[in-house]
Design a protein around this ligand. Sequence first.
Ligand code: COI
Length: 355
Amino acid sequence: MTADTLQIEIQKTSKSRLDEVDFENLVFGRNISDHMFIVEYRDGQWKDSRIVPYGDLSLSPATAALHYGQTILEGMKAYRNDAGEVLLFRALDNWARMNKSAERLCMPAIPQDVFMNGLTELIRLDSGWVPATEGCSLYIRPYMFATDPYIGVKPSESYMFVIFTSPVGTYYAKPPRVKFETKYIRAAEGGVGATKCGGNYGGSLYPAKLAQEEGYEQLIWTDAREHAYIEESGTMNVMFFIEGKLITPHVSDTTLDGVTRKSIVAVAKHWNIPVEERKVSVKEIVEALKAGKVEAAFGAGTAVVISPFASINYEGVDYTLPEIKEDSFVSKVKSYLTDLRTGKIEDVFGWTLKV
Ligand code: COI
């Protein structure tokens, strides 16, 4: 795959901040690269596509997104290979998912060439920000929000689409302790759970804070009707490796169709490992935990990559998970995906794009 270059007005920074970054100690989300890509939607058209120094945006206090949450985001990553080149991972999947979110939130689709050309130009310009350190990558945050300065509740007629990037290390400093959430919910059928809209994250903060006060880093959401079935976790999809099988909740209109999730499923199938994508009940997982049958329970997401859980809590009991062995599925799939993303092995799936 290659991406052509679109004419984008480029204004370079007069002073790079790159030398201020400690690439050996990257904290997730703290450092933002020198430039950002912006394109605006007005009068039914995307226009004014530009790359400018990263900085504040000037917005009306009446900006619609700030009031009614018409805002969507994506998360993806770029990696550096041994030759020093930069590879994007499954960027078109993020583009497609963004447009699904846009449709549900009554926002305009972002054309593929606008998205990909803005992205690749930005990454080329800030390629020095892509870490070469093992386990690190350049996190990419595309997002779109309603910009009409109008406080009536209706779909905005104007939007801003922005991409900025951030060199990152690991998301969780240590394997998270998680808890099945059986009071609050993330999403209900017919809602916006399948979209990556800002409100899904805003609404998760309070239950997550309560869990953190009890000593858990993250929640595993359960279904809105019965709290009997597993949905996803706070910033990631959830997967289990039990008796030689990869088991994960199927994607529905209450869960996010995670790019890392579907990559792991594809690799497992490629290796002829049985995969079950289906309704997964809390009860069956708790029973498997009690019987010591769960080899691994882990989160999968762009930011967290693959994060094995240290323990899972249900109804006041903490079930500790075994340590991840080097020859386990989790270790193997994690190394395989890292090697694929960094160009160390052949990309048989066609997931990487050289920038
Ligand atoms: C991602 O994994 O890219 C996400 O969007 C999660 C983020 C909210 C940290």
